[in-house]
Design a protein around this ligand. Sequence first.
Ligand code: K7E
Ligand code: CUA
Ligand code: CA
Length: 639
Amino acid sequence: MSHEQSKSETDAETDSNEDRFFLRDLGVERRDFMKAGMAAGAATSLTGCTGLLGGGGDEQRAASADYEVPPGEHDDYYAFLSGGHSGEIRVYGLPSMRQLMRIPVFGRESARGHGYDDKSREMLEEAGGYTWGDTHHPRLSQTGGEFDGRWLFINDKANPRIARVNLKYFQTDAIAHVPNTQGIHGVTGWYPDTELVLGNGEFRVPIPNDGRNLEDPDKYRSVYTAIDPESMNVEWQVLVDGNLDNSDSGKNGRYTFSTCYNSEEGVDEQGMTADDRDWVVAFDIPRIQDAVENGEYEVVNDVPIVDGRQGSSLNEADRPVTTYIPVPKNPHGVSVTPDGKYACASGKLSPTVSVIDIEAIDEVDDPEEAIAGRPNVGTGPLHTAYDGRGQAYTTLFIDSQVAKWDIEQAVEAELGSEDPVIEKIDVHYSPGHCQAAQSYSTDPTGDWLLALNKFSQDRFLPTGPYHPENDQLIYIGDDEEGMQLVKDTPSYAEPHDATIAHRDRLDPADIWDPDDYELDYIDSGESNIERDDGRVYIETYAIRNQYGLSDITVQEGDEVTLHVTNIETAKDISHSVVIPEYDINLSLAPQETRKVTFTADNPGVFWMYCGYFCSALHLEMRSRLLVEPEDEPEGPDPF
Ligand code: K7E
Ligand code: CUA
Ligand code: CA
C-alpha cells in the first residue's frame, strides 16, 4: 500500500537512489517473503534478494501484519512505555512504533518545563526532592475493567514514589511519596474500577528506618502500599514477609497479587536464592480495608500498617488479609488473565509459569492447592501477556524468545508439561516484559505484541559502548500463520513495561481548559504588576509574537512571581518564557497558565524570550527583565 505509493513517488529519482530505497525496504520485504516461504513449507533461499518486491510480497503483507502507517495517517493504538532511568514515560503510536511524545515524571525536563514552574517544582520537592527516578510499570486507570482514559499511574523503582499522569493533557499532575519503604517496584490499580493504586516495596529496611537494627536484617521489613487515586494520599500499608516484586490486580474487586523472590529474607544473592520455593502473596483488599476500619494497625510515619505477615492474627484469621501461595524459587512477573480466572506467575529461575486459580484460593486448605497449572515454557520466563483468545505470551529472558501457550491446556496438562506451548519466536535479545494490546484490561484486542528487549547487540549501527535497547513489534493476530516479527525500534535505556490502549480509549485535549487549573487565566490586554514590600506579582500573557509587557522592572532582591497565560486558541501553538541566568523555563501549551517565583538577585538586563519556534517572528518574541541594582555600579563604562 504505502510502499507502492512511495515507490512510485521515487520513480523520478536516479537509479542509485532507487536502489537505496529498495535496500532500505528490503528488510521488510524479506521478512514477509520469509513468512510466505515458511507458510508454504518451502526452504526458500533468501540470499538472492532480487525480485523480492514482486506482487507476492505485497499481498502477503496485506493479508497479515499490516504495520505501515503512511505519512499523515494515525496509528490505532497508544503505547505507554516506561522510560526507566530517564524517569519519564514514552508514548508510541502502534503499529508504526513512532514516538509520539515523552511525558516527564520524576525528573526535571526542559522541553515540557517540568520542574521549572512553581507547581511542578513544588510537586517534585514535596515528593522528596529527588532529581531522578526509574519508571517501570505504567498502568492505566480502568472503569468496569476497561481503560477509561483518565489517568496513568507509574512507579519509581529508585525512590519511593508513585506518580499520576493526567491523560487529558499527557502531563504528570501528582506524585505521592511513600514512607516506610525504599523504592516502589510493581504497581497496579485495584480493578475493575481503580479504587486504589497499589505499590510493592522490594528492598527490605527497618521500619522506621531511623538508625535502629542496622545490622539485624531479621528486623528489616517490606510493605505493600495503597494510595487513593483521587487524592494521591497514602491510605494504608500491609507488612509482609519476604519482599515484593511485581504486581497485578484481579478483575472483580477482591484480590491483588504480588510476587516475592526473597522469602529467605536474604541480603545477598546467595541468601535470596537459598530455598526451592518463594511465593505469590494474594492480598484480600476488602479484608484489609476492614482491618484498617477496625483499628487493627500500628501507625508509623503517619501511615496505618496492618500486619499481614504469616502467623499474624490477621493472617491466621478465618478470612486472612494475606495468603502466601508457594511457587518455584525466585518468580518475577505476575499478571491476571483477562477473564479474571488465573494469576500467572513467571518462574524466572524455573522454566515454568505457575497458574493460580483465583477462585480456588478461598476453597483450598493448603494455598499450594490453588496452583491449577504449571506449563514448562522455556528458560528464564519473566512476564506474561494475553491476547483475549485464551492464549498467553511469556518472555524468556535466557532463551531470547517469546513463548505462546494455551491457558486452559496448561490447566489440564500435568504440572511441568511442555504440551501447552503452541510456538516460540526469537527476539533480539533477552526480553524483559512483553505486552499485548489492552492485555492489562478485560478487553485485549489480540493483534499486537511488544517485546521490550534488554539488549540490541548487533541490530543497529554501533553507538559506542552503550547500545540502545530494542523494542520489537510482533503481530499475533493470526494463529495459523503464527507470531510474526515486523519491526525493530531502538530505544534509550530502559523500557520495562508498557500499556497499550486503543486510541478510542483516550480523549486528549487539544488546548487547555481553564477550569482544569487553579491559576487565574489572563485575557488579551490584561497585564498587571503589583508591588508590595519586596514582592512583585506580575500577570501577563503570551501570543504570537509578543508578551503582554514589553519590559518589566524590579529591584535587586525582590521576590518576583511571573504568572503567564498562553492565550492562543489555535492548537499546537506553544510558547515559553525563558529568562537566561535565572534558570527560568516556563512551557505553555495553548490556553495554559503557569507561574514561576524567583528572587531577582542579579542586577542587569535579562531578555525574556520564547523558546518554542512558534511563528516566523518567533525570534522577535521577547521582552526585557530589568533588575535595578541596590548599589550604583562603580567605574566608568568601558565602551
Ligand atoms: Cu521485569 Cu521492573 Cu517489570 Cu523490568 S520488571 S523487566
Ligand atoms: Cu512564542 Cu516563539
Ligand atoms: Ca528466593
